[in-house]
Design a protein around this ligand. Structure first.
Ligand code: SAH
Length: 243
């Protein structure tokens, strides 16, 4: 049966790919994805055929991959991090619909919340919410409501897509919502280019995060009321009483 793989490649480095991801990509002839991610994996799989489209070409890219897989070509669609977290997995199932060809196999990957948390220390040791600040596909009012509810519920919050040229001010606005429920000194962190060259991270207060100029290769972590700095790490206690 014709099969299409949809594969999470993790944050960027070869070491952060799962063995299943490496095997799935190794077994494919054609790899389809966004230019930036293709450039990341091409050195590891130099003999493959590649099809890349720029950022907003998602639907076209997925239709192309479904068609190639259906015609018998061993094809994989790649996404950064995990393919089902703000990735292509859902769109591929939607486009294929109820047909059973091609079969779609999702290969999980290490999402930025996990890989970024590991860089910062242990910021997500308790309950947390993941919220994307991109309003390309989500109403801004829904994003604001989710931020409000997560902050009110005392969750640690991971922000994906914290900024872009058109949304320069969104991180500041998100911080203002969280500041309704959290103190200015709340421990926060950012990680840029996780697993890629130029990786960097910074721990700061919520007040400082409000003025931070994030780019689209940044993942933001807002701690809960118990999150603290230990040395140069950001740590959310699990709650053990005998520490
Ligand atoms: N499917 C991806 C998320 C795609 S949304 C995943 O599971 O990780 C794109 C957003 O993810 C970026 O704006 C950024 O906030 C975050 N992100 C993904 N990869 C990253 C990386 N290597 N370094 C920092 N942030 C990253």
């Amino acid at each position: 049966m014709a099969k299409l793989y949809v594969v999470g490649i993790g944050p960027g480095s070869y070491e952060d790919m799962t063995i299943r991801t490496v095997k799935a990509l190794g077994g494919c002839d054609l790899i389809v994805g966004y230019n930036v991610y293709i450039d990341i994996i091409r050195p590891y799989f130099p003999d493959k055929e590649y099809y890349s489209t720029p950022m907003r070409g998602e639907t076209e890219r997925c239709r192309y991959a479904l068609g190639m897989a259906e015609s018998g070509k061993k094809t994989a669609v790649i996404c950064s991090g995990d393919a089902g977290i703000y990735g292509m997995a859902g769109l591929l199932f939607e486009l294929r619909g109820e047909r059973n060809e091609p079969e779609i196999e999702v290969v999980g990957g290490l999402t930025a919340a996990c890989s970024g948390a590991a860089v910062l220390g242990a910021p997500l040791t308790h309950d947390f919410a993941v919220i994307s600040l991109s309003d390309l596909l989500t109403d801004k009012s829904d994003i604001e409501l989710r931020l409000e509810c997560a902050a009110k519920a005392g969750l640690s919050i991971v922000l994906y897509n914290p900024s872009s040229i058109k949304r320069e001010d969104y991180l500041r606005q998100a911080c203002d919502i969280v500041l309704k429920y959290a103190e200015e000194t709340r421990v926060c962190g950012i990680v840029r280019n996780i697993g890629r060259s130029g990786e960097s991270n910074q721990i700061m207060t919520l007040k400082e995060l409000r003025d931070y100029k994030a780019d689209m290769f940044t993942t933001v972590f807002i701690g809960n009321a118990k999150t603290k700095r230990i040395g140069d790490k950001m740590v959310t206690p699990r709650g053990y009483r005998d520490v």
